[in-house]
Design a protein. Structure first.
Length: 161
């Protein structure tokens, strides 16, 4: 009976833990990116701790400056995608938003048609092979997600794949 109670408490604790269901693990980010890349025949990315440290540092600066509603790209060394949302805004949801721009990308003209597509093209950029992401909660209750890419993508005049 004691083992049953312990198992039940452990299961309830894990099920209610944000990290258990949050869809914010390194592997969640990598898998979501690689699924989109596989659809267009681009090789996989892998998690890189140096790139992730950059993403975490940038996200922390934004959080500390309390500028979470002002999503401004850092213009730094790496390519990046930014997203913000309320409620249970996970890293996986952010990646899915970026990938959702696929319908706006016209490969023939290498341009966005009817909306933004640059987040999508960064996700599938052929030469970007290292990935690092971070997620922070801002004072206004919004979640802020940044993924950084190395080498950076979205180079003018080049196609992502």
């Amino acid at each position: 009976m004691g083992l049953f109670k312990f198992s039940l408490v452990l299961l309830i604790t894990l099920a209610s833990s944000p990290s258990f269901l949050a869809q914010n693990t390194q592997q969640d980010y990598v898998d979501a990116h690689n699924a989109a890349r596989a659809q267009v025949g681009v090789g996989p990315m892998h998690w890189d701790e140096q790139v992730a440290a950059y993403a975490r540092n940038y996200a922390a600066k934004i959080q500390m400056a309390n500028t979470c509603n002002n999503l401004v790209h850092s213009g730094g060394r790496y390519g990046e995608n930014l997203a913000a949302g309320t409620g249970d805004f996970t890293g996986l949801r952010a990646v899915n938003l970026w990938v959702g721009e696929k319908s706006k990308y016209n490969y023939q003209t290498n341009s966005c048609v009817g909306g933004v597509c640059g987040h999508y093209t960064q996700v599938v950029w052929r030469s970007s092979v290292r990935l690092g992401c971070a997620r922070v909660r801002c004072n206004n209750g919004w979640w802020y997600v940044i993924c950084s890419y190395d080498p950076r993508g979205n180079i003018g005049g080049q196609r992502p794949y």
